[in-house]
Design a protein around this ligand. Structure first.
Ligand code: GLC
Ligand code: MG
Length: 529
């Protein structure tokens, strides 16, 4: 650990999608005991924290992002005792535990919503966003659900519509109501008391909508094939100014438990808008997730420009972070190919800022095609055929060459990738040049080189397929040279003698380089003095 930096600044975060990590009871769905059983994989990998996607009671309309009880555990995942055991075991291994917090909406089965919809006069009516129909009986605005169709659902019994940014089974809470705020902030306290180290806050940019119910304008850039929800610009439903007050309240609750409790916000926003999520004087999220690598063109100029724009936009003292994928987005190995996925891993783990690794990236998992009869994701069911479904990136983790790749003794809820006999943790653990070995080496290097963990960033070269940058801390300089193409490339870099600390091919460490170096196809190098 480098003095003066928090654990979450120098650490690496690993996202577990619990349904697909490890099953222990044969129901084909991963569980908390499964995560506990696999903690040693995370220790081996060298990460510092595990973020677990939702594990709370839920009808699973959106696989846990529709919470029906914020302070319990879904029986498929286990019990509160299992949870306590997991936290104790993780902490015993020096791993932090981060939970998912879904404040924007509940399940329609949550007792709060059941009460809210029971009558207009119910005390919880105003806990959700209920509005009268237009005079013609239609929905109050043209707002669209992220998952297809109108964002308003008609409730015949009480003669009003309720708003849902996502599924109709995920009614939006009314964060303008102080009682809602208080109840949701208490949820954070409940889990902080149980020892969790932080939260990833779901869909935060959707938290509050325009009070005046203005229609969203049409989006001139929308084309058929894009998500239907993007046919309007979401200027009145997303990223509203009032959200920052709510985030600051969440941050204050984290602060009640000490300076080390982490808050991460999920907001897909342009860089300039994203920066506001650090809050005035850093009173917002410690880390507003930076998803821009996921959508960046994969070439040196684009990536260098992205890094420059992001670094320049950070507020004073704001700590950067980087993400290559998650349970909602196509996997990096599918986006840019397996060879470049190794270069991407080096980029992620040598950039300035906290990296988050999505489960399976460390073994180079790719998107798994899901036959229509096995589709689970409600988005794919509502808006089929556009490739919006997220099942391909949520398939079970392949652990070994045993039945169902060691994931389950039952029938997995989603199919395993066809390559699971050759691409799994056990096979790669035995292969000194595997993607897994590369991840371990990168994380170990990041840990042993403060320049990589916390050092400054400076661009040295971004031409053709070559990206070179320097990280520097306390007088020590480390250079990273990445070949983003599949032809050999000279990298000029900085003059002076250096030594290769790591190649993405895992076969060149120790080699001396004098100024320029030739990168092999799809090769990245970390070079030290
Ligand atoms: C977030 C989650 C996604 C979920 C949505 C609604 O974007 O990451 O999986 O469907 O919010 O909760
Ligand atoms: Mg299970």
């Amino acid at each position: 650990m480098t003095d003066g930096f928090a654990w979450w600044q120098q650490g690496v975060i690993y996202q577990v999608y619990p349904r697909s990590f490890q099953d222990t009871d044969g129901d084909g769905i991963g569980d908390l005991r499964g995560i506990l059983a696999r903690l040693d994989h995370l220790v081996d990998l060298g990460v510092d924290a595990v973020w677990i996607s939702p594990i709370f009671p839920s009808p699973m309309a959106d696989f846990g992002y529709d919470v029906s009880d914020y302070t319990g555990i879904h029986p498929a995942f286990g019990t509160l005792d299992d949870f306590d055991a997991l936290v104790a075991a993780a902490h015993g291994r020096g791993l932090k535990v981060i939970l998912d917090y879904v404040p924007n909406h509940t399940s329609d089965q949550h007792p709060w919503f059941v009460e809210s919809r029971s009558s207009r006069g119910n005390p919880r009516r105003d806990w959700y966003v209920w509005r009268d129909p237009k005079p013609n009986g239609g929905p109050p605005t043209n707002w669209l659900s992220e998952f297809g169709g109108s964002a308003w659902e008609w409730d015949a019994a009480t003669g009003q519509y309720y708003y849902h940014a996502y599924l109709k089974e995920q009614p939006d809470l009314n964060w303008r109501n102080p009682a809602v705020r208080a109840a949701l902030l208490d949820v954070l306290r409940f889990w902080f008391e149980r020892g969790v180290d932080g939260f990833r806050v779901d869909a935060i940019h959707q938290l509050i909508e325009d009070e005046h119910l203005r229609d969203n304008p049409p989006n001139p850039d929308w084309r058929p094939g894009m998500p239907p929800s993007r046919s309007v610009s979401r200027i009145h439903t997303m990223d509203q100014p009032e959200v920052h007050e709510a985030i600051a309240a969440m941050r204050r609750v984290a602060g009640e438990y000490g300076p080390d409790r982490l808050t991460i916000g999920e907001a897909y926003l342009p860089i300039d808008r994203l920066m506001a999520y650090y809050g005035a004087d850093l009173t917002g999220f410690h880390l507003p997730f930076n998803f821009h690598l996921i959508s960046s063109a994969w070439n040196a100029e684009s990536i260098a420009a992205l890094i420059a724009r992001y670094e320049a936009a950070l507020p004073p003292g704001g700590w950067p972070n980087w993400v290559l994928g998650n349970h909602d987005r196509s996997r990096v190995a599918s986006r840019i190919g397996p060879a470049q996925a190794r270069v991407a891993a080096m980029l992620l783990l040598t950039l300035r800022g906290t990296p988050t690794i999505y489960q399976g990236e460390e073994i180079g998992m790719a998107d798994v095609p899901i036959p229509p009869d096995l589709v689970q994701d409600p988005w794919e069911k509502n808006v089929p055929g556009l490739g919006l479904g997220r099942d391909p990136v949520r398939t079970p983790m392949p652990w070994d060459t045993g039945p169902n790749a060691g994931f389950t003794a039952g029938r997995p809820w989603l199919p395993l990738g066809a390559d699971h006999l050759t691409r799994n943790v056990a096979v790669q653990a035995a292969d000194q040049r595997s993607m897994l070995a590369l991840h371990k080496a990168l994380i170990a290097l990041r840990r042993s080189e403060p320049a990589l963990a916390v050092g400054t960033y400076a661009l040295l070269e971004a031409t053709d397929d070559v990206l070179v940058y320097e990280r520097r801390h306390a007088g020590r300089s480390v250079r990273v040279a990445l070949n983003l193409g599949n032809r050999p490339q000279p990298a000029a870099g900085t003059p002076g003698l250096g030594r290769i600390l790591l190649s993405t091919h895992l076969d060149r460490a120790g080699e001396a380089v004098d100024g320029a170096v030739v990168l092999r196809p799809d090769e990245g190098l970390v070079i030290g003095a």
